[in-house]
Design a protein around this ligand. Structure first.
Ligand code: MG
Length: 255
């Protein structure tokens, strides 16, 4: 069921967006060669405690997960692109790291993700991050009242296809509210003019993610981490946005 939020509720959702943005900024600042993925998870966990927020991940156990997630953060490195379960791994020079974080503040969820290269970047990884960022911006730009979900999907895919990337439509954006995942699904490819008609009060996460040379993924032996079928690297960018009469409002915007 698709739920719409009142302007008052959207105001109430802002602190969660602000908090999630602040955590991602802190994680981006901390991510460096030699830093352990578990330290990133601990940093986010401490910020959750300090803020009195609630993790959306730690008890998360959907049908596709082998067991409750147990961490507060997804850390996906190199050929891992989504749902990366933090483990005892120190980041190495040139690693492409994606962090995905969602938390609830005052009973409202926000969800956001970013990719970054630690140490010496490969140009192709910087290009992939830039393309993914532009796809997110295009998707947000299409999130206008009167448009349809398919317009967001088509805008995202157009950026990817312009770079010769293929797009996986199994995992994509979603409604956000009291819980992390709600309707509607917001695929990263689709037909313009199709799907649910966007209207003020709809709050969704838009989250393009692309791999260099495939759109196929498989689940790692840890039961969670999604890796590319061909070993190529991935990037992931996500914001939670509210559609308002005045246009899309990015709740998880970073400074
Ligand atoms: Mg997310």
């Amino acid at each position: 069921m698709i739920e719409l939020r009142t302007p008052t509720q959207i105001e109430q959702m802002k602190p969660a967006g602000r908090f999630v943005a602040d955590v991602l900024t802190a994680l981006k600042d901390k991510a460096d060669v030699g830093v352990n993925l578990l330290e990133l998870d601990e940093l986010a966990h401490q910020m959750i405690k300090d803020r009195g927020a609630e993790s959306c991940y730690i008890d998360y156990h959907p049908s596709f997960g082998a067991m409750p997630f147990g961490k507060v953060l997804c850390t996906s490195v190199n050929d891992a692109v989504l749902h990366g379960l933090p483990f005892d791994y120190r980041l190495q020079d040139g690693d492409l790291l994606s962090v995905d974080f969602a938390a609830s503040v005052d009973g409202w969820v926000s969800d956001s993700a970013l990719s970054v290269v630690v140490g010496t970047p490969r140009q192709e990884d910087l290009d992939l991050i830039e393309t993914t960022t532009r796809a997110l911006e295009a998707g947000i730009g299409a999130a206008q009242a009167g448009n349809r979900i398919g317009d967001i999907s088509a805008a995202i895919a157009a950026v990817a296809h312009g770079k010769g990337l293929t797009v996986n439509t199994q995992f994509g954006g979603h409604g956000v509210g009291r819980t992390m995942h709600g309707d509607p699904h917001v695929p990263n490819d689709g037909r313009a003019g199709r799907g649910f008609k966007l209207q003020p009060g709809l709050v969704i996460a838009i989250e393009p993610w692309f791999l260099h040379t495939t759109d196929e993924i498989y689940t790692d032996a840890d039961g969670w981490t999604l890796r590319s079928a061909d070993g190529s690297r991935g990037a992931h960018m996500e914001h939670t946005i509210a559609i308002t009469a005045g246009g899309p409002l990015v709740l998880t915007a970073r400074d």
